[in-house]
Design a binder for this molecule. Structure first.
Ligand SMILES: Cc1cc2nc3c(=O)[nH]c(=O)nc-3n(C[C@H](O)[C@H](O)[C@H](O)COP(=O)(O)OP(=O)(O)OC[C@H]3O[C@@H](n4cnc5c(N)ncnc54)[C@H](O)[C@@H]3O)c2cc1C
Length: 586
């Protein structure tokens, strides 16, 4: 028997031998979306569900500060053909702090899947202690949160690092920067956002703890350590899946099993593996399937295309030379301080270890960040031939979809109500790293023709393939310099460590960015976009895969365009909405 986590609260993690031949629903992948949907579908007791998960369900008992140190063993490492950097996607769900902020709900409402606000609000929110809120000027407003009793928690910690007060205040010196009433308000600006953890136990809150622990339902089974390799079909009806042990490197008569779905197969293997499974099952771009010798079942040119992730510039660093804030995160390197912090956490669940990666950030419109250059930059982007920077031989429907995105993105770039620039603060002596929330480049995720089932798919980030992205990142560096030069920060004496204040031309800043940039902050989306088929879409507005019956995709891969926010909360929203749609179809 596979046993994960605490034996007292683990529900059912069944052995392969216990898997029955047939269930109403089979959920492929037990991550953020998969466990949420499976929980909702088993609540009534009327339907049977099997979740098949490649990894395990993770440890629930980590304090926030420790989650970041526990990632490596759970990560896939994808190297891109197109970018020189490798990057990691977690094997499964988000573990750490999560901005529950989304500036793009309004824009996306008319165009995409992700405006399902009621589902988004299904989160239990806890504000910080009043004294801390007063001291750090942490504004929150419960009205922006659902508090409908789910066990997915959004918690503002009881501790913050003192330097953050100054960092936060300094945006008052920036024309156009605003402070919304709550990170959940949907407005861009400078704000404090909660982390994903249980306010009582101060341990991670994620899909396992919120949607799996403690559920002992006879109609609900899960197996881990198992890789789904294919969806099986009866005509165009998805009839089940084939799976093997995760350790397998080839299919044999003894390691492969087939399990049937009476009603639906629900794909939630994430933005990298859901397209792999579809393509391996014969659903995808004709040329990719042909190259991999996969018989074509449904030609869907959008599967694995339209890949997007937020871009990160971790190289632009400033050191506060006159750093007087006490204490600071650097103190955790001091064994005595670290031991005291650990003791405080163990005894009272308070102190520095309740903070994950920080809770304050600016999410700013492009017009605030680049007031004199954004209009020209946006019109150049919008007037470009949509095919110009997409991969060669991109299917005309995918190009048409990108053309539609150009218009939406241009509106977002021009809007005062939507964020493009993001900087998150840790509270230490070194800050300055920014994120581009609205990349215009598009990559691909396709099966590896050498072994589509067992080799990881080929992730080609194609980061910076559209020159708009580099131009925006250059503007971001100039803006961060202006921010660091504000009167409020003068007393901290920020000095640019890299690339150095003398590096100022577009060419030199561009070269620096190319050298340091990450093509991901682990927010991959778009590879099974919800959009009309004529625009390269893979799923319809009810998340059903075009050309099939009984098959939906419910994970982050259906998001057609990155929101100006991190992606976990959007994924929960999609999953909640997906469960409603599936139940309504019963
Ligand atoms: C390190 C890291 C930090 C992050 N931090 C944040 C953050 O601070 N804020 C935020 O909003 N978002 C954050 N995210 C993003 C967020 O976690 C994702 O957007 C979200 O988890 C996507 O959910 P999903 O259900 O689409 O995919 P996942 O949660 O990845 O779930 C997919 C599941 O499918 C399984 N699987 C894959 N292939 C197969 C197969 N063949 N058979 C069976 N199972 C399979 C995987 O093991 C996985 O469990 C972070 C992500 C990472 C990796």
């Amino acid at each position: 028997l596979f046993v994960n986590g605490s034996p007292t609260n683990s529900p059912r993690d069944d052995a392969r031998e216990q898997v029955k031949s047939e269930y109403d629903y089979i959920v492929v992948g037990g991550g953020t979306a998969g466990l949420t949907v499976a929980d909702r579908l088993t609540e009534s007791g009327r339907y049977t569900v099997l979740v098949i998960e490649y990894g395990d369900f993770g440890s629930a008992a980590l304090p926030p500060m420790r989650t970041l140190n526990n990632l490596d063993s759970r990560q896939f490492n994808f190297c891109s053909d197109g970018s020189r950097r490798c990057s990691k996607f977690l094997q499964y769900y988000s573990l750490m702090a999560n901005p529950f902020y989304s500036s793009t709900w309004n824009e996306q409402q008319n165009t995409t899947c992700c405006a399902w606000q009621n589902a988004w609000r299904a989160t239990t929110f806890t504000p910080p202690p009043q004294a801390l809120a007063n001291e750090f000027d942490i504004k929150t407003d419960r009205r922006f949160w659902g508090n409908v009793g789910t066990k997915i928690y959004a918690t503002l910690p009881s501790f913050q690092w003192p330097q953050l007060k100054t960092n936060f205040r300094a945006f008052r010196d920036i024309p156009g920067a605003t402070y919304p009433p709550d990170s959940g308000s949907g407005l861009p600006g400078v704000f404090w956002f909660p982390s994903s953890y249980d306010p009582v136990t101060i341990t991670r809150s994620f899909s396992r703890t919120g949607h799996w622990d403690g559920l002992n339902r006879r109609n609900y089974q899960t197996i881990t350590g198992s890789r789904v390799i294919k969806i099986t079909f009866n005509g165009d009806q998805a009839s089940g899946v084939q799976y093997v042990p995760s350790s397998a490197t080839t299919v044999t008569a003894s390691n492969v099993k087939t399990v049937k779905a009476k009603k639906e197969v629900i794909l939630s293997a994430g933005s990298i593996h859901s397209p792999q499974i579809l393509q391996s099952s014969g659903i995808g771009p004709k040329s990719i399937l042909k190259a991999a010798n996969i018989p074509l079942k449904v030609e869907l040119p959008g599967v694995g295309q339209n890949f997007q992730d937020h871009l990160f510039n971790p190289g632009h660093a400033f050191l506060f030379e006159n750093f007087t804030a006490d204490p600071s995160p650097e103190d955790l390197n001091d064994p005595a301080f670290a031991a005291a912090a650990q003791q405080q956490f163990d005894q009272n669940k308070t102190g520095p270890l309740v903070v994950a990666s920080g809770n304050s950030a600016a999410f700013l419109p492009l017009s605030v960040v680049a007031p004199t250059t954004f209009a020209r930059l946006v019109s150049t982007f919008q007037s470009a031939d949509p095919a110009a920077y997409l991969p060669p031989n991109t299917h005309p429907t995918v190009i048409a979809g990108y053309k539609a995105q150009q218009a939406i993105l241009a509106d977002a770039f021009r809007s005062k109500g939507s964020a493009t620039y993001n900087i998150q603060f840790g509270g230490g002596a070194v800050e300055g790293f920014s994120v581009n929330l609205r990349p215009t480049s598009r990559g691909t995720v396709n099966v590896d023709p050498r072994d589509p089932l067992f080799l990881d798919p080929i992730v080609d980030y194609r980061a910076l393939s559209n020159p708009t992205d580099l131009a925006i990142l250059i503007e971001f560096m100039r803006f961060t310099r202006r921010y660091m030069a504000t009167p409020t920060l003068a007393s901290s004496a920020p000095r640019e460590l890299a690339p150095g204040a003398n590096v100022t031309s577009d060419a030199d800043l561009g070269e620096f960015i190319r050298g340091v940039m990450w093509p991901t902050v682990f927010h991959p989306i778009g590879t099974n976009a919800m959009a009309p088929k004529s625009l390269g879409g893979v799923v319809d507005t009810e998340l059903r895969v075009y050309g099939t019956r009984g098959l939906r995709v419910v994970d982050a891969s259906v998001i057609p365009l990155l929101p100006g926010a991190y992606t976990q909360q959007t994924t929960y929203a999609i999953a909640e909405k997906a469960a409603d749609l599936i139940k309504a179809a019963q």
